[in-house]
Write a protein that binds this ligand. Structure first.
Ligand code: SF4
Length: 699
């Protein structure tokens, strides 16, 4: 328990939880954090915060923190504490042994969207320049990788189009697959302000497409004009039916399309969506969405003025995740809702630095700035700067690394800041992959679930113990400032640098600002970014280039980054995950306000002690059929596995749908999720699992 004292100093830094990117004044007494005060000049939060950023920092000095490196020969051995020098020398020798024995492709690394841009950049550099391959991935794989693919394909760059301020100019807000109240609370408040009407202006209209009646559908002074409670897994069908209405009723903005998009591709797409099989009535048996309600929603989005689409993981974490992102982009282009304030396509990024992790080249096919590794000119730039030849072939994604491990050809993994055993789908498969490796290096704050399979543990540092930058959901790069001395003695970027040095790489960064200078040198969209400017201006929204020296709050203003906007035909393809007599219900997942993802931080803070367990929401009809009441223990089982939770009987979910959170290790919700994933990016299909529910006596 932290004893509140009088602060002696304060440091402005950025929250390490969600993609809103609130800034805080961290008030300190000696090396003790006294309180986090929302920063009134924060461009993303303007003095506001949610309960996590304000109070959930107890984990930073929690007794569970591991502060000394540890090694062990086998995962059955006890850990042995070692000094940093021995840890780096041993890790480097193990990586060399494995590379010499099995070849350089037997090694890989995973970076985290919780880490700074500078740390992430160094991990992908270590893999590319040190391991000698492109086997680097990030936890964005399991959340917003379809955003990267979908927006790059249609618009030309993998990022949301708007700044948060833009919401004030919306006339119609369309939310699909997102629960901003719980997932992005501070931005949700701004959205709600617009939905209630502000500054004498009438409130914006609201369309929500979600299988669950999320808070924003009905909250004080807000009632969604249209809530489309679709069957999980049918996003593409709903969006195609909306496009059908817009095209067949002559509501498309043809002047915009002719000027800004490829007209032939539009015509091809328009012919596809206009087919009778794509009407709301034809698709109603698939989507379970009332056709008239859907028609009204489509008309409102197309004709209601400035229409902005906000979406979350309910869009991306599907076998058609990338198709759904492109279907959203199609709708925005068809209605001319791109390139000005109040419109656009806005992915609500989950973790604090998902945008940044993707920007920094932590995908196996892309260098920083979204340039494909096969692009010889881009590669040359890095090769000249780093003094090594780079592999032109894309590397392995996280699930491919695990598959290759099970097949015996992938042997060593460096995981920085991600608990893949708890957060990735089909836990049994993840553990089989990890168990098959000879060297698993976990670089983290705590001995997490993945560390059960680790041979080397490198202690990490919290956001309070480091300098660097995070990039939020509106492409806003903001400073992260060291508030206290790292308890383990090293910032995370220093750990990666020391490991690189032990491997013989001649890295010599004295400060993360020098890493940002390198990022700016090698990444055109970051060309004008520096720590000096961030200190002076508070934040910058990329692209920051000669053409946009002050940054870019809105993208695609005069033209799309790719030139002409690209319409892509996105036919609805049902998921392979099927319900049936044994598994008759569909499970979908989500977050609650007070916890964050696998809960490693929020579960370790006594300030956020509520919601002590994950809950399963079930509709009253389904509950009655099974004799289940609120508070009962139930067994949740799928083809992949089973777990036990307490039930909450509620009509927030539709009949046939159940919902759970995934914050507690004891629940391990991902033991039930499947191996199905997005066709383009392998983002797991967390949002659709066929399950059965039955009464249980408890865990
Ligand atoms: Fe942190 Fe997100 Fe909450 Fe802001 S809204 S305080 S960034 S968790």
């Amino acid at each position: 328990v932290v004893e509140i004292g009088t602060p002696e100093r304060s440091v402005v830094t950025t929250c390490a939880y969600c993609g809103v990117g609130c800034t805080f004044r961290a008030e300190m007494r000696g090396e003790q954090l006294v309180r986090m005060v929302p920063y009134k000049d924060g461009k993303a939060n303007r003095g506001h915060s949610c309960v996590k950023g304000r109070f959930a920092w107890g984990y930073a000095q929690h007794q569970d923190r591991i502060l000394k490196p540890m090694i062990r020969k086998s995962i059955n051995d006890a850990w042995r504490e070692v000094e940093w020098d021995e840890a780096f020398a041993y890790t480097a020798s193990e990586l060399k042994r494995i590379s010499d024995t099995y070849g350089r492709h037997a090694l890989g690394g995973i970076t985290s969207s919780r880490c700074t841009n500078e740390e992430t950049f160094l991990v992908q550099k270590l893999v590319r320049a040190g391991f000698g391959n492109n086997n680097v991935d990030t936890c964005a794989r399991v959340c917003h990788s379809p955003t990267g693919y979908g927006l790059k394909t249609t618009f030309g760059t993998s990022a949301g189009t708007q700044d948060f301020d833009s919401v004030e100019e919306c006339d119609v807000i369309l939310i699909i697959g997102a629960n901003p109240t719980d997932g992005h609370p501070v931005f949700a408040s701004r959205m709600k302000r617009r939905l209630r009407g502000q500054d004498g202006r009438p409130p914006a209209k609201l369309i929500v497409i979600d299988p669950r009646r999320t808070d924003i559908v009905r909250s004080p002074h807000i009632e969604a004009d249209h809530h489309l409670p679709l069957r999980p897994g049918t996003n593409v069908a709903v969006l195609t039916a909306m496009a059908h209405v817009i095209v067949s009723e002559g509501l498309a903005n043809e002047a915009f399309i002719k000027e800004r998009c490829d007209w032939d591709e539009y015509r091809h797409w328009a012919e596809f969506v206009a087919q009778p099989r794509n009407s709301p009535e034809s698709l109603q048996p698939v989507t379970l969405v009332d056709a008239e309600e859907l028609r009204a929603a489509a008309r409102l989005y197309a004709t209601g003025g400035n229409g902005a689409i906000y979406y979350g993981l309910g869009v991306t974490e599907h076998s058609q995740g990338s198709s759904t992102v492109m279907a959203i982009a199609n709708l925005a282009m068809a209605t001319g809702n791109i390139g000005r304030r109040g419109v656009g396509v806005n992915p609500l990024r989950g973790q604090n630095n998902v945008q940044g992790a993707c920007d920094m080249g932590s995908f196996p096919h892309e260098l920083s700035g979204y340039r494909h590794v096969s692009d010889g000119d881009a590669r040359k730039l890095f090769e000249n700067d780093w003094g090594v030849a780079l592999d032109p072939e894309p590397g392995l994604r996280i699930p491919n690394m695990l598959d290759a491990a099970v097949d015996g050809v992938f042997k060593a993994l460096y995981v920085q800041g991600e608990d893949i055993l708890q957060s990735d789908p089909n836990t049994k498969h993840v553990s089989a992959g990890l168990a098959a490796m000879e060297c698993v290096i976990v670089h983290d704050l705590f001995l997490n679930e993945t560390a059960n399979y680790a041979h080397i543990f490198l202690p990490g540092s919290t956001f309070l113990e480091k300098n660097g930058t995070f990039t939020n959901a509106e492409r806003r790069i903001q400073p992260v400032r060291k508030v206290m001395t790292p308890l383990n003695g090293l910032e995370d970027w220093e750990v990666t640098q020391r490991l690189a040095q032990a491997m013989g790489l001649g890295w010599n960064y004295a400060h993360p600002s020098e890493i940002m200078d390198e990022i700016a040198r090698l990444t055109p969209t970051f060309a004008g970014v520096s720590f000096a400017r961030l200190d002076e201006e508070g934040s910058l929204q990329w692209p920051v280039t000669d053409a946009a020296p002050d940054g870019s709050p809105i993208m695609h203003v005069d033209g799309f980054v790719r030139g002409k906007g690209k319409f892509v035909v996105t036919d609805y393809v049902p998921t392979d995950e099927k319900t049936g007599p044994r598994f008759p219900l569909l499970l979908t997942t989500g977050r609650i306000l007070s916890h964050y993802n696998v809960g490693a931080q929020t579960r370790r803070t006594e300030n956020v002690a509520w919601h002590p367990e994950d809950l399963l929401e079930i509709h009253p009809v389904d509950a009655e059929d099974r004799g289940i009441k609120s508070g009962d223990w139930v067994k949740l089982a799928s083809r992949a596995g089973e777990t036990t939770l307490r039930a909450t009987v509620t009509d927030r979910v539709a009949p046939g749908v159940v919902y759970t959170t995934f914050h507690h290790a004891v629940t391990q919700a991902n033991v039930v999720t499947t191996d199905f994933s997005d066709w383009a990016t392998n983002c797991p299909e967390y949002k659709v699992t066929a399950v059965q529910i039955s009464s249980s006596n408890g865990p």
